[in-house]
Design a protein around this ligand. Structure first.
Ligand SMILES: [Zn+2]
Length: 316
């Protein structure tokens, strides 16, 4: 197995010049990657510019950040040619690694625009190195810039940032500096969703469980689905549905919470996030984790306070 540390730069519609093409809001113009083996040794590199075919002017933000000009890009090759060369170069049995969660979505959106098959027929297990950085060194939630992470780890800044190849190189440097145990915290790219119940994702991490559903027509279909609403103990062998102590509720219409009780493992909090799909449907990401009794009481009172009518009228 090899790791493919990938980075992309893209251009977008320049107002007043070229209206946005809905199927391709971000046109990839630069693709860089580093191949690492399982022992994290650098084996090879990939670095190609892509000649644009949709947006023929650089968006001012793009040119400011990445210092690429149209005349440079015109020396590049068409997307499909670069992509085929890249996939050949990747080989089989690989794990993609990216800084943040955007690149695998955008590369597949570009592939789709040119009629190419997506990278996989189901969600792709990959490593989001930005997330791993937060898990390894910060609060598991922060989203730092690549340069911040390089500075934090006191790694040498020997090439300029913000080109696909250099950012892939720096991402690879950060990845190789990490404790191997952190790499258990992989992510799933959901550009392609599970197509049936057997393909749905159920996975245990150190501190929580994650579920990724099939696509539903709309939110109400998702929120009446038994599997979506189920609250099974992911630590118990039988994975029995647990008795709910706080039934599903939402305070914003986007996130839903409930708390159930396992007689062996204690209070389990589940959270549902409703996400939009490419085709105007929805899918669900549900995470479950065990919480303290104090946290349970806090969630219970949060729900109770929502139900009560206001006792005091607004002061004028
Ligand atoms: Zn249990």
């Amino acid at each position: 197995m090899n790791y493919i540390v990938l980075d992309l730069e893209w251009n977008q519609s320049h107002t007043g010049n070229h209206a946005e093409v809905k199927e391709l809001p971000f046109e990839i113009i630069d693709l860089g990657a580093i191949k690492l083996n399982q022992e994290m040794h650098m084996l090879d590199e990939f670095n190609q510019l892509i000649r644009p075919s949709v947006y023929d002017k650089m968006h001012h933000v793009t040119s400011k950040i990445i210092h690429l000009h149209m005349k440079d890009l015109m020396k590049g090759h068409p997307f499909e040619q670069v992509m085929r060369a890249f996939l050949d170069w990747c080989g089989n049995d690989i794990v993609f690694c990216t800084w943040g969660s955007m690149d695998l979505v955008e590369i597949q959106r570009n592939m789709s625009y040119y009629g190419m098959n997506p990278l996989s027929d189901r969600p792709i297990r990959y490593l989001d190195v930005q997330k791993l950085f937060s898990i390894a060194y910060e609060d598991r939630k922060s989203q730092r810039s690549l340069e911040y992470a390089i500075d934090y780890l006191s790694l040498p800044k020997d090439i300029p940032f913000h080109r696909a190849f250099s950012d892939a190189y720096y991402t690879a440097k950060i990845l190789t500096a990490m404790e191997p145990a952190v790499l258990k915290n992989y992510s799933y790219d959901t550009y392609i969703l599970p197509k049936n119940r057997a393909e749905e994702i159920h996975v245990d991490f150190d501190t929580y469980h994650k579920y990724i559903s099939v696509e539903f027509a709309d939110k109400s279909a998702a929120l009446t689905d038994r599997e979506v609403l189920s609250t099974r103990c992911y630590l118990c062998a039988g994975k029995k549905n647990l008795k709910r102590k706080v039934r599903w509720f939402s305070n914003n219409g986007k996130h839903y919470y409930c708390v159930s009780l396992c007689p062996i493992h204690g209070y389990m909090k589940s959270k549902i996030r409703i996400k939009k799909t490419q085709t105007n449907g929805v899918y669900v990401i549900k995470t479950s984790k065990f919480i303290s009794e104090e946290d349970f009481i806090e969630i219970q009172s949060k729900k109770d306070s929502m139900k009560k009518p206001r006792r005091h009228k607004k002061k004028k």
